[in-house]
Ligand binder design. Structure first.
Ligand SMILES: C[S@@+](CC[C@H](N)C(=O)[O-])C[C@H]1O[C@@H](n2cnc3c(N)ncnc32)[C@H](O)[C@@H]1O
Length: 265
Protein backbone atom coordinates (compact mmCIF):
# COMPACT_ATOMS: atom_id res chain seq x y z
CA UNK A 1 0.00 0.00 0.00
CA UNK A 2 1.32 3.49 -0.89
CA UNK A 3 0.87 6.27 1.67
CA UNK A 4 0.53 9.76 0.19
CA UNK A 5 2.14 12.47 2.34
CA UNK A 6 -0.18 15.37 3.05
CA UNK A 7 2.01 18.53 3.08
CA UNK A 8 -0.26 20.10 5.69
CA UNK A 9 0.83 17.40 8.19
CA UNK A 10 4.51 18.21 7.75
CA UNK A 11 4.64 21.92 7.08
CA UNK A 12 4.38 23.17 10.72
CA UNK A 13 7.45 21.13 11.67
CA UNK A 14 9.32 22.28 8.54
CA UNK A 15 8.47 25.91 9.30
CA UNK A 16 9.69 25.55 12.88
CA UNK A 17 12.95 23.96 11.67
CA UNK A 18 13.43 26.77 9.13
CA UNK A 19 12.93 29.40 11.84
CA UNK A 20 15.54 27.65 14.02
CA UNK A 21 17.99 27.64 11.11
CA UNK A 22 17.32 31.30 10.22
CA UNK A 23 17.90 32.29 13.85
CA UNK A 24 21.20 30.38 13.86
CA UNK A 25 22.21 32.23 10.67
CA UNK A 26 21.27 35.55 12.34
CA UNK A 27 18.79 36.24 9.51
CA UNK A 28 15.99 36.26 12.10
CA UNK A 29 16.83 38.34 15.16
CA UNK A 30 13.40 39.34 16.49
CA UNK A 31 10.41 37.46 17.91
CA UNK A 32 7.96 39.20 15.57
CA UNK A 33 9.75 38.05 12.38
CA UNK A 34 10.16 34.55 13.88
CA UNK A 35 6.41 34.43 14.55
CA UNK A 36 5.55 35.56 10.97
CA UNK A 37 7.91 33.07 9.30
CA UNK A 38 6.64 30.35 11.63
CA UNK A 39 3.02 31.10 10.68
CA UNK A 40 2.80 31.57 6.88
CA UNK A 41 2.64 28.25 4.92
CA UNK A 42 5.49 28.94 2.44
CA UNK A 43 4.84 25.74 0.42
CA UNK A 44 1.43 27.03 -0.64
CA UNK A 45 3.10 29.82 -2.62
CA UNK A 46 5.05 27.28 -4.72
CA UNK A 47 2.50 24.53 -5.34
CA UNK A 48 3.98 21.49 -7.06
CA UNK A 49 7.46 22.04 -5.56
CA UNK A 50 8.88 19.50 -3.08
CA UNK A 51 8.41 20.59 0.54
CA UNK A 52 12.19 20.41 1.02
CA UNK A 53 12.66 23.09 -1.69
CA UNK A 54 9.96 25.32 -0.25
CA UNK A 55 11.45 25.16 3.25
CA UNK A 56 15.19 25.29 2.41
CA UNK A 57 16.27 28.42 4.30
CA UNK A 58 18.72 29.71 1.72
CA UNK A 59 17.08 28.66 -1.54
CA UNK A 60 15.05 30.77 -3.99
CA UNK A 61 12.49 29.05 -6.23
CA UNK A 62 12.32 30.42 -9.79
CA UNK A 63 8.75 31.15 -10.89
CA UNK A 64 9.33 32.58 -14.37
CA UNK A 65 12.24 32.80 -16.85
CA UNK A 66 12.77 34.82 -20.02
CA UNK A 67 13.36 33.21 -23.44
CA UNK A 68 17.10 32.95 -22.70
CA UNK A 69 16.54 31.15 -19.40
CA UNK A 70 17.29 34.08 -17.07
CA UNK A 71 15.08 34.33 -13.98
CA UNK A 72 12.48 37.12 -14.17
CA UNK A 73 10.56 36.25 -11.02
CA UNK A 74 11.21 34.00 -8.06
CA UNK A 75 10.10 33.17 -4.56
CA UNK A 76 13.11 34.77 -2.83
CA UNK A 77 15.01 32.76 -0.25
CA UNK A 78 13.57 32.85 3.27
CA UNK A 79 17.03 34.00 4.38
CA UNK A 80 17.04 37.31 2.44
CA UNK A 81 13.31 37.84 3.10
CA UNK A 82 13.94 37.56 6.86
CA UNK A 83 17.00 39.83 6.67
CA UNK A 84 15.01 42.53 4.84
CA UNK A 85 12.05 42.26 7.22
CA UNK A 86 14.45 42.72 10.14
CA UNK A 87 16.00 45.75 8.38
CA UNK A 88 12.49 47.19 7.89
CA UNK A 89 11.50 46.97 11.60
CA UNK A 90 7.80 46.71 10.73
CA UNK A 91 5.29 47.09 13.54
CA UNK A 92 1.54 46.63 13.93
CA UNK A 93 -0.69 49.09 12.12
CA UNK A 94 1.90 50.21 9.52
CA UNK A 95 1.22 50.80 5.82
CA UNK A 96 3.75 48.81 3.79
CA UNK A 97 4.47 48.73 0.06
CA UNK A 98 6.19 45.70 -1.42
CA UNK A 99 7.71 46.16 -4.90
CA UNK A 100 7.82 42.80 -6.71
CA UNK A 101 5.02 40.36 -5.91
CA UNK A 102 4.87 36.64 -5.30
CA UNK A 103 2.46 36.50 -2.40
CA UNK A 104 4.60 34.86 0.29
CA UNK A 105 6.57 37.92 1.39
CA UNK A 106 3.41 40.04 1.31
CA UNK A 107 1.74 37.47 3.59
CA UNK A 108 4.69 37.74 6.03
CA UNK A 109 4.26 41.54 5.98
CA UNK A 110 0.50 41.11 6.57
CA UNK A 111 1.35 39.06 9.70
CA UNK A 112 3.70 41.83 10.89
CA UNK A 113 1.30 44.76 10.36
CA UNK A 114 -1.70 42.85 11.74
CA UNK A 115 -5.39 43.56 11.05
CA UNK A 116 -5.02 47.36 11.47
CA UNK A 117 -2.17 47.66 8.98
CA UNK A 118 -2.18 47.79 5.19
CA UNK A 119 -0.11 45.87 2.64
CA UNK A 120 0.13 46.84 -1.04
CA UNK A 121 2.24 44.79 -3.45
CA UNK A 122 2.99 45.95 -7.00
CA UNK A 123 4.42 43.94 -9.91
CA UNK A 124 5.04 44.81 -13.54
CA UNK A 125 4.06 41.36 -14.86
CA UNK A 126 0.33 40.48 -15.14
CA UNK A 127 1.07 36.73 -14.90
CA UNK A 128 2.83 37.33 -11.58
CA UNK A 129 0.11 39.58 -10.14
CA UNK A 130 -2.58 37.02 -11.09
CA UNK A 131 -0.57 34.20 -9.52
CA UNK A 132 0.18 36.18 -6.34
CA UNK A 133 -3.47 37.14 -5.92
CA UNK A 134 -4.59 33.50 -6.31
CA UNK A 135 -2.01 32.23 -3.77
CA UNK A 136 -2.93 34.95 -1.25
CA UNK A 137 -6.64 34.19 -1.58
CA UNK A 138 -6.03 30.45 -1.20
CA UNK A 139 -4.10 31.03 2.05
CA UNK A 140 -6.48 33.57 3.61
CA UNK A 141 -4.45 36.74 2.98
CA UNK A 142 -6.91 38.35 0.56
CA UNK A 143 -6.58 41.71 2.35
CA UNK A 144 -3.18 42.22 0.66
CA UNK A 145 -3.80 44.61 -2.27
CA UNK A 146 -2.09 43.52 -5.48
CA UNK A 147 -1.43 46.23 -8.08
CA UNK A 148 -0.24 45.78 -11.68
CA UNK A 149 2.24 48.48 -12.76
CA UNK A 150 5.82 49.66 -13.16
CA UNK A 151 6.98 50.61 -9.64
CA UNK A 152 9.51 53.05 -11.11
CA UNK A 153 6.59 55.51 -11.04
CA UNK A 154 5.42 54.62 -7.51
CA UNK A 155 1.87 53.47 -6.82
CA UNK A 156 -0.74 55.87 -8.18
CA UNK A 157 -3.67 56.57 -5.90
CA UNK A 158 -1.68 55.91 -2.74
CA UNK A 159 -0.19 58.49 -0.43
CA UNK A 160 2.84 57.72 1.75
CA UNK A 161 3.85 54.37 3.20
CA UNK A 162 5.62 53.72 6.51
CA UNK A 163 7.83 51.18 4.76
CA UNK A 164 8.74 50.37 1.15
CA UNK A 165 10.44 47.01 0.56
CA UNK A 166 11.86 46.48 -2.93
CA UNK A 167 12.30 42.84 -3.94
CA UNK A 168 13.97 43.24 -7.33
CA UNK A 169 17.52 44.43 -7.95
CA UNK A 170 17.67 48.17 -8.66
CA UNK A 171 20.40 50.40 -10.03
CA UNK A 172 18.98 53.58 -8.59
CA UNK A 173 16.32 55.01 -6.27
CA UNK A 174 13.54 56.54 -8.39
CA UNK A 175 12.24 59.81 -6.97
CA UNK A 176 8.71 58.36 -6.76
CA UNK A 177 9.86 56.01 -3.97
CA UNK A 178 11.29 58.90 -1.98
CA UNK A 179 8.06 60.88 -2.28
CA UNK A 180 5.98 57.97 -1.03
CA UNK A 181 7.83 58.13 2.31
CA UNK A 182 7.64 60.74 5.08
CA UNK A 183 10.48 61.67 7.45
CA UNK A 184 11.38 58.70 9.65
CA UNK A 185 9.93 56.13 7.20
CA UNK A 186 12.12 53.40 5.70
CA UNK A 187 13.02 52.17 2.23
CA UNK A 188 14.69 48.75 1.94
CA UNK A 189 16.19 48.23 -1.51
CA UNK A 190 18.64 45.78 -3.09
CA UNK A 191 20.94 48.31 -4.81
CA UNK A 192 23.45 47.11 -7.37
CA UNK A 193 26.65 49.14 -6.98
CA UNK A 194 29.81 48.25 -8.92
CA UNK A 195 28.60 44.72 -9.59
CA UNK A 196 27.61 43.90 -6.00
CA UNK A 197 24.04 43.95 -4.72
CA UNK A 198 23.43 45.09 -1.16
CA UNK A 199 20.08 45.29 0.57
CA UNK A 200 20.28 48.80 2.03
CA UNK A 201 17.86 50.21 4.60
CA UNK A 202 17.43 53.96 4.14
CA UNK A 203 15.60 56.29 6.51
CA UNK A 204 13.89 59.36 5.05
CA UNK A 205 15.25 62.53 6.63
CA UNK A 206 13.93 65.79 5.16
CA UNK A 207 14.87 65.68 1.49
CA UNK A 208 17.52 63.02 2.09
CA UNK A 209 17.69 59.26 2.44
CA UNK A 210 20.18 58.17 5.10
CA UNK A 211 21.42 54.55 5.07
CA UNK A 212 21.08 52.78 8.42
CA UNK A 213 22.13 49.20 7.56
CA UNK A 214 23.13 46.95 4.67
CA UNK A 215 23.46 43.24 3.90
CA UNK A 216 24.83 41.48 0.80
CA UNK A 217 22.07 40.03 -1.34
CA UNK A 218 21.13 38.91 -4.87
CA UNK A 219 17.89 39.58 -6.75
CA UNK A 220 16.30 39.27 -10.18
CA UNK A 221 16.75 42.60 -11.98
CA UNK A 222 14.28 45.44 -12.15
CA UNK A 223 12.35 45.63 -15.43
CA UNK A 224 10.49 48.53 -17.06
CA UNK A 225 11.59 52.16 -17.10
CA UNK A 226 14.27 51.51 -14.44
CA UNK A 227 15.79 48.56 -16.30
CA UNK A 228 19.56 48.75 -16.75
CA UNK A 229 21.85 46.73 -18.98
CA UNK A 230 25.11 45.96 -17.28
CA UNK A 231 27.74 44.86 -19.79
CA UNK A 232 30.77 42.68 -19.19
CA UNK A 233 33.43 42.98 -21.89
CA UNK A 234 35.85 40.03 -21.95
CA UNK A 235 39.55 40.95 -21.73
CA UNK A 236 42.03 38.89 -23.70
CA UNK A 237 41.47 35.26 -24.53
CA UNK A 238 39.14 33.01 -22.63
CA UNK A 239 36.27 34.13 -20.46
CA UNK A 240 37.89 34.49 -17.07
CA UNK A 241 38.38 38.24 -16.89
CA UNK A 242 36.33 41.18 -18.07
CA UNK A 243 35.50 44.82 -17.66
CA UNK A 244 32.10 45.53 -16.17
CA UNK A 245 30.56 48.70 -17.61
CA UNK A 246 28.20 50.03 -14.97
CA UNK A 247 26.70 52.98 -16.79
CA UNK A 248 26.25 51.47 -20.24
CA UNK A 249 28.46 54.11 -21.92
CA UNK A 250 30.52 52.74 -24.81
CA UNK A 251 34.07 52.17 -23.59
CA UNK A 252 32.69 53.45 -20.28
CA UNK A 253 34.84 55.47 -17.97
CA UNK A 254 33.19 53.89 -14.94
CA UNK A 255 34.51 50.39 -15.51
CA UNK A 256 35.49 47.95 -12.85
CA UNK A 257 37.78 45.01 -13.47
CA UNK A 258 36.52 41.67 -12.28
CA UNK A 259 35.93 38.07 -13.22
CA UNK A 260 33.60 37.79 -16.18
CA UNK A 261 30.55 35.63 -15.92
CA UNK A 262 30.02 36.02 -12.17
CA UNK A 263 26.23 35.92 -12.04
CA UNK A 264 23.86 38.10 -10.06
CA UNK A 265 22.26 35.62 -7.66
C1 LIG B 1 12.13 38.22 -6.60
S1 LIG B 1 10.57 38.50 -7.38
C2 LIG B 1 9.53 39.01 -6.06
C3 LIG B 1 9.41 37.99 -4.96
C4 LIG B 1 8.32 38.23 -3.98
N1 LIG B 1 8.45 39.51 -3.28
C5 LIG B 1 8.23 37.10 -2.97
O1 LIG B 1 7.23 37.01 -2.29
O2 LIG B 1 9.14 36.28 -2.86
C6 LIG B 1 10.86 40.07 -8.19
C7 LIG B 1 9.65 40.62 -8.91
O3 LIG B 1 9.90 41.97 -9.26
C8 LIG B 1 9.09 42.25 -10.38
N2 LIG B 1 9.54 43.49 -11.01
C9 LIG B 1 10.64 43.70 -11.77
N3 LIG B 1 10.68 44.99 -12.18
C10 LIG B 1 9.58 45.61 -11.69
C11 LIG B 1 9.06 46.94 -11.76
N4 LIG B 1 9.69 47.90 -12.46
N5 LIG B 1 7.90 47.21 -11.11
C12 LIG B 1 7.25 46.25 -10.42
N6 LIG B 1 7.69 44.97 -10.32
C13 LIG B 1 8.84 44.64 -10.93
C14 LIG B 1 9.26 41.00 -11.26
O4 LIG B 1 8.19 40.86 -12.19
C15 LIG B 1 9.30 39.89 -10.21
O5 LIG B 1 8.06 39.25 -10.07
Amino acid sequence: MTTVRDPEDFSPALRAAMVTELRALRAITSERVARAVGTVPRHRFVPGQPLEAAYAADQAVVIKRDGGGAALSSLSSAHIQSVMLEQAEISAGMRVLEIGSGGYNAALIAELVGPDGEVVSIDIDPEITARARACLEATGYERVQIVLGDAEHGVPGHDVFDRIIVTCGSWDVPSAWRWQLATGDRLIVPLRLKGITRSIAFEADGDDLVSVSYQLSGFVPMQGAGEHHERVVAIGEGESWGLRVDDGAPGGRRCAAGRAGVPAA
